[in-house]
Design a protein around this ligand. Structure first.
Ligand code: SF4
Length: 463
């Protein structure tokens, strides 16, 4: 059987799929000068190939099938598996229609297909509901999938073959490194799936429960990557990489014991990090962490089931990362139900004060299948699912208009990135004289922002 795997290039703006927003995806259409720069950097350094497709490639190849991969071209084959997303589903279904017209059977996989099969059912021969590996193993074994096919989650993740990047034509060894990651990105890995936390807005926890691979299995995969590619850069896409401290320590020990020269970055919560853990992980190759802060308001966080991280711990971890040379990227969310102008301004102030190297601000989005979606259902006015992209207002906020939300989002990016201190962070400048000069200049930049904001909205983003 010839299997076509399709991770289609998104249309309109910068579209990220696969593990972004749990698989619903995001689309950044620049809405300000700074967001144009952010899109450029994301496209160059953060856009990643699909790890889900690489797993399916491995399963189909192991069963003796021919695997071909496409990002846009129509290819002949017996069956096509299309990675679904919410933000670009119309483009995906249009592609599927054309493939079916050529006589290829088409199936959709991924979080969106699992949670919203109705978006794809009329354009597919089958839609896989759940983590796709079990159903695709049946398909590769000769079963004909039809209609909505349930797929059980893989409880023993060690039983899966390693992702086959060669079949996806992904070659990411070496490369010029500037923002830690090499240009063109790196290899995404999943050392665990799901998340054991309870944030009600989060799509990462709604497909299956939390499971983790054994350390041996993960490091075997890394060793295989090191043999196949020159100096691979690893990007762990686990929503909560440091869930178990002991496991991370064992992972670092194993990397060092096997003398693997790798660099990697992770995503986690700051309360799952401490100085000793960071020291050990740095020696093993940790060079960047992404972490969710979401809001400075403990009240806003508690209302969405998220445990706040004490501010002192936050400061300590960021400072220690800076000392070690670990790049930090913080995620913030604007528009929690309890938010108002002042609370958003306070969150933006906090982001600037914490001074991580990078920050991502998004609007609160009630993703289908999350408890937040149910809670806000009566307030959701957006009927185009593609607009659930993380950067578009989708529901009537109790305290902020859509225009205010977009303004605050733009102001967050401008205030954060239009600072000399931000440039100093990105360039990893530690010189205290340069840093204190940059801090003084930050105040001028803030005054400039305040004037521009007042001109546009008759008020500035200060709390
Ligand atoms: S900790 Fe992060 S990944 Fe886990 S449920 Fe909360 S937002 Fe989602």
């Amino acid at each position: 059987m010839r299997v076509v795997l399709a991770d289609l290039k998104g249309t309109g703006g910068l579209v990220a799929k696969d593990t972004v927003a749990g698989g619903y995806g995001s689309r950044l259409v620049p809405f300000s000068k700074v967001s144009h720069v952010v899109r450029f950097l994301k496209r160059r350094y953060i856009n990643l190939p699909s790890v889900q497709m690489a797993y399916l490639a491995a399963i189909c190849d192991a069963a003796g099938h021919e695997v071909v991969f496409t990002r846009h071209r129509l290819l002949d084959g017996d069956v096509a598996l299309v990675l679904s997303s919410l933000v670009d589903h119309r483009h995906e279904t249009a592609w599927a229609d054309r493939m079916r017209a050529r006589g290829v059977r088409v199936g959709f996989v991924g979080l969106t297909a699992s949670k919203m099969p109705e978006l794809f059912a009329d354009h597919a021969d089958f839609v896989v509901r759940g983590e796709p590996e079990e159903a695709v193993t049946r398909l590769a074994g000769g079963e004909t999938l039809k209609g909505i096919c349930d797929s059980a989650p893989t409880m023993d993740l060690d039983s899966l073959p390693f992702p086959r990047w060669d079949l996806l034509r992904v070659h990411r060894g070496g490369g010029f490194r500037f923002f830690v990651r090499p240009a063109g990105g790196g290899f995404p890995l999943l050392s665990s799936r799901g998340c054991p936390e309870f944030c009600t807005y989060c799509p990462h926890r709604i497909l299956a429960e939390y499971r983790a691979r054994s350390i041996k299995n993960i490091v075997d995969e890394i060793e295989a990557l090191c043999h196949a590619y020159r100096r691979p850069y690893l990007i762990f896409r686990d929503p909560l990489f440091t869930q178990s401290r002991d496991r991370v320590l064992a992972f670092c020990d194993e990397i060092l014991a096997r003398h693997l020269r790798v660099r990697f970055d992770i995503e986690t919560r700051l309360d799952r990090l401490d100085r000793d853990l960071l020291d050990r992980a740095y020696v093993a190759g940790l060079r960047a962490i992404s972490y969710g802060v979401e809001s400075v308001s403990p009240e806003a966080l508690k209302r969405v089931g998220r445990r706040p991280v004490p501010e002192a711990h936050h400061r300590e971890v960021i400072q220690h990362c800076r000392t070690l040379g670990i790049v930090t990227a913080a995620f913030y969310v604007i528009g929690f139900p309890t938010d108002n102008w002042q609370s958003v301004a306070a969150t933006i102030d906090f982001a600037i004060e914490m001074n991580s190297a990078f920050a991502q601000f998004k609007l609160l989005t009630p993703y289908p299948g999350t408890p937040l979606f149910k809670q806000l259902k009566a307030r959701i006015y957006e009927t185009d699912w593609q607009k659930f992209d993380g950067f578009t207002p989708t529901f009537t906020h109790p305290n902020l208009t859509a225009r205010e939300l977009m303004f605050l989002l733009g102001a967050a990016y401008t205030r954060f990135y239009m600072r000399p201190s931000c440039l100093a962070n990105v360039l990893k400048i530690q010189n205290t004289r340069v840093r204190s000069w940059a801090k003084r200049m930050d105040q001028r930049a803030a005054a400039f922002c305040s004037r521009a904001e007042t001109e546009k909205m008759s008020r500035s983003v200060t709390c």
